[in-house]
Design a protein around this ligand. Structure first.
Ligand code: HNI
Length: 147
């Protein structure tokens, strides 16, 4: 089981409490689709992903970005049991969506960039360390049901 310090718990809770899901979620997924274009293959039904501008203006990308962030909420509320919390979501991504698990890390890196750019000076190295640790547990848990 992952151990969390009081600082890590407080920092992660604080980041999410200040986060506007409807801005950060869409920006994160759009960034992932632009920076790592091969991730577009899973979103064939989302319409126009032709270039950065159309990806950023695509309402289905925005909606799904928000859904993903709400998915992260579950980890936040179950910090001591993230693996179990994501068991079903991991099966879904593996067996139904066939998402390559390497992509979880790419998305989490995009989220870090978006959060850092919004928090600016507040995103200290210690804050980054706590946030990266949280995302690493999320990424590992989402990849657990792959075999
Ligand atoms: Ni992901 C659906 C959460 C990363 C591709 N994804 C979901 C849903 C949640 C979710 C929640 C909705 C499930 C449902 O309908 O029951 N996804 C997460 C989280 C992460 C993540 C928390 C990582 C932090 N997903 C990714 C990545 C990809 C991805 C990296 C592909 C590159 N996800 C999908 C696709 C769907 C999806 C595709 C189905 C979308 C749809 O509506 O058709």
């Amino acid at each position: 089981m992952v151990e969390w310090t009081d600082f890590e718990r407080a920092t992660i809770a604080d980041i999410f409490s200040k986060m506007d899901y409807e801005v950060v979620g869409p920006a994160t997924l759009a960034r992932c689709l632009i920076v790592y274009p091969w991730t577009q293959r899973y979103f064939g039904s989302f319409g126009n992903l032709y270039n950065a501008a159309t990806i950023q203006a695509n309402p289905l990308v925005a909606k799904h970005g928000t859904t993903i962030l709400h998915g992260l909420d579950r980890a936040l509320k179950n910090m001591d049991n993230i693996k179990q919390t994501y068991a079903e979501l991991s099966v879904l991504h593996s067996e139904k969506l066939h998402v390559d698990p390497d992509n979880f890390k790419l998305l989490s890196d995009c989220l870090t960039v978006v959060v850092a750019s919004r928090m600016r000076k507040e995103f200290t190295a210690e804050v980054q360390a706590a946030f990266q640790k949280f995302l690493a547990v999320v990424v590992s848990s989402l990849g657990r049901q792959y075999h």
